[in-house]
Design a protein around this ligand. Structure first.
Ligand SMILES: [Zn+2]
Length: 352
């Protein structure tokens, strides 16, 4: 009986092959071609939209090793929270060469993953609003900011030109000092949201929520939303990257003040929190997906151990999300059908 059902599914799939837009780069121009999608496409590309998604956690991007602490590879500090510009460039080359394409964190949380057939989504995040995330060196004659090409955004922008199909984007989680450049902070925020990047909340003064009371928790979250509202109203994301990854549990009493509360007579709502990372997260269509408490990967080198980049991407070789190229259809191997979240409001296709 099971065989007959499987056969029926295959026939169904072959019978109603859907069209997918395939992007081909020719002479650095993206040409969009319509392509009929078949069961062989799913099989050949090992399509699995219940696979795992890496959310990379970065902090500072430094031009050189300015630390006297022990470090490995491209880290500037021994804990791997600070990375060199060179290492960051290499990371971006690595992700691209491995078939990863960027998506916005907010699209992932909302279950809108738009990645080409056979490619996998990756998400970049930066915490702490460090000056080296987007260092402004001055204004041009039109008053536009001039960005240091060796700062994180400067490097990301160069990849927009190099690999147009990489879909460059990242989410920056700021504290009350924003990007530490008083003269340019407002221009920076506006430039980022107008150029495909996102801004999230990292609390006003980088507080550990387990050290403060309810009022302080509300102030720490609400003040950043208020600040962002005053500069980029409705253009930031309601996502909090938890400083120090704390609390470690959704059950903590202060979590309610992060998600849904009030500060200065304004209600605010947070749809997701981000933890301090170690590994990749579930597909947003997986039954285990919980957008309220998302894991990240610490972007650092540690000889392929302790959940560094190398170790995580090795693990992802067999667990990664692989797209069918159609954002409106969730395509999964039939062996995983039971892992699909029943609340998904999209067409689902299974194959063997
Ligand atoms: Zn932080």
């Amino acid at each position: 009986m099971k065989k007959i059902i499987s056969l029926l599914i295959i026939l169904l799939l072959v019978g109603c092959s859907n069209k997918v837009e395939e992007k081909v780069i020719e002479n650095e121009e993206i040409i969009v071609e319509e392509k009929e999608l078949t069961i062989e496409d799913y099989q050949n590309n090992k399509v699995d939209e219940l696979g795992e998604v890496p959310i990379m956690m970065y902090h500072g991007i430094h031009n050189k090793n300015n630390s006297d602490t022990e470090y490995i590879g491209g880290n500037v500090d021994k804990n791997g929270y600070q990375r060199t510009s060179e290492a960051f460039r290499n990371d971006l080359e690595f992700y691209y060469s491995q078939g990863y394409r960027m998506i916005r964190l907010t699209d992932y949380v909302d279950g809108n993953i738009d990645v080409e057939l056979g490619k996998s989504p990756i998400i970049l995040t930066f915490d702490d609003g460090l000056e080296n995330n987007i260092k402004v060196t001055g204004l041009d004659e039109k008053g536009n900011i001039i960005i240091d090409p060796n700062s994180a955004v400067g490097i990301l922008e160069s990849f927009k030109e190099k690999y147009p199909d990489y879909n460059i984007t990242a989410t920056f989680f700021v504290n009350g000092g924003l990007f530490g450049q008083e003269e340019y902070n407002e221009k920076i925020l506006k430039w980022l949201v107008e150029n495909g990047y996102d801004i999230g909340n990292h609390t006003y003064s980088h507080v550990d929520f387990t050290d403060v009371d309810a009022n302080k928790s509300m102030e720490q979250v609400g003040r950043i939303y208020e600040l962002l509202d005053s500069i980029i109203p409705e253009k930031y994301v309601n996502i909090v990257a938890l400083p120090f990854g704390s609390p470690y549990s959704l059950e903590h009493e202060n979590m309610q003040y992060i998600f849904n509360s009030n500060y200065n007579n304004h209600n605010y709502q947070t749809k997701s929190t981000l933890r301090v990372g170690w590994k990749s997260e579930s597909s947003p269509y997986h039954i285990n997906f919980n957008p309220k408490f998302l894991k990240r990967i610490r972007a650092y080198d540690n000889n392929g151990e302790e959940f560094d980049i190398k170790m995580n991407f090795k693990l992802l070789e067999s667990t990664r999300y692989i797209s069918d190229g159609d954002k409106n259809i969730i395509a999964i191997p039939s062996s995983k059908s039971e892992l699909l979240n029943n609340n998904i409001q999209k067409e689902v296709k299974t194959y063997q």
